[in-house]
Write a protein that binds this ligand. Structure first.
Ligand SMILES: [Zn+2]
Length: 307
């Protein structure tokens, strides 16, 4: 059993500039972690001393830098739309990878990518020099403890659906791409969700790491604080017990988070949190953004999102 990270003694200093609505915290919060003693967990580098959680909740924050004026060669090439370089590292967010069993189920459609679409996307990443990384590696890069690979990208999957085992994982394996799956521990083994056995099989590949998503897929800003504490602590501990490694990251169900939830997550030793608002990750944060990938996205638009 791997040792869990000892972050519980962290002093947490939150500058609570704004109120506690779900998204407002990300605008004004400065978060400083000053661990008295930090024994690095197996998968995560030490020295997470300063966390700047300043991630705007909308896509207005995407910094776009136009390339310098084209050189002489430009006149000889076919006109193209100018390529846009966006700062930060994209964290993609998937839910279902499967054909929608009920086309009238619009909500499901918005959360589903077909296996064919998914394979085309993974083939594109594989054939165009992208490096899929875990969240631990993302933090190592942010903390300058690991060199930034070519075109880093994080693939995340929420909820632990069984189609990850049958549809997504074989495609990830085929292209040898790594991913992160967020597991609501209380739903494991229920109909439509993976079992612990499946999770362990996937873990054995070394391609996929599993991180927290509460116990019951609970909206953490709509329940009593005691339940927030229970959901965070129990899911972290149960997942660590099942996987044998420390669980350092949480995706807040529905992207719903406020200052109290962040403080609780830090208290229990989470070092990073992820939401569902659109942008790229630019540094360690308890409120990292993600890029939603859904079934209506063409490959061309997928390429534009990851470029
Ligand atoms: Zn979820």
């Amino acid at each position: 059993m791997a040792k869990k990270p000892r972050l519980t003694s962290n002093k947490l200093l939150l500058s609570l500039v704004l109120g506690v609505s779900s998204f407002s915290l990300v605008l004004g919060m400065g978060l400083i972690l000053a661990p008295k003693q930090y024994l690095p967990p197996k998968r995560l580098p030490p020295m997470i001393q300063s966390v700047a959680a300043a991630v705007p909740p909308t896509n207005t924050a995407q910094t776009k830098t136009l390339p310098p004026p084209p050189a002489v060669l430009a006149a000889q090439t076919a006109p193209q739309t100018p390529s846009v370089v966006m700062t930060g590292i994209p964290i993609l967010m998937y839910h279902y990878v499967g054909n929608n069993p009920n086309p009238k189920d619009k909500a499901r459609y918005a959360l589903s990518v077909s296996p064919d679409q998914f394979e085309a996307q993974m083939a594109y990443l594989s054939q165009n020099g992208y490096t899929t990384i875990s969240l631990d590696t993302l933090y190592a890069i942010f903390n300058k403890q690991s060199a930034k690979p070519a075109k880093p990208i994080v693939l995340t999957f929420d909820d632990g659906y069984i189609d990850f085992y049958y549809n997504a994982f074989p495609i990830l394996s085929k292209y040898h791409l790594s991913a992160v799956e967020f597991i609501p521990t209380g739903l494991v083994g229920k109909p439509a969700y993976m079992t612990w056995d499946m999770i362990k099989q996937i873990q054995g590949s070394g391609l996929v790491t599993f991180e927290a998503h509460t116990v019951n897929h609970t909206n953490l800003t709509s329940v009593a604080y005691q339940q927030v504490l229970t959901e965070l602590q129990t899911s972290k501990n149960d997942l660590a017990k099942q996987t044998g490694y420390p669980v350092n990251f949480i995706a807040y169900p529905y992207g719903s988070v406020n200052n109290a939830v962040v403080a609780a997550a830090v208290k229990f030793g989470f070092v990073g949190g992820l939401g569902t608002w659109l942008s790229r990750a630019t540094g360690p944060s308890m409120v990292m953004p993600r890029i939603r990938i859904n079934g209506s996205l063409s490959l061309a638009n997928f390429i534009a999102k990851v470029r």
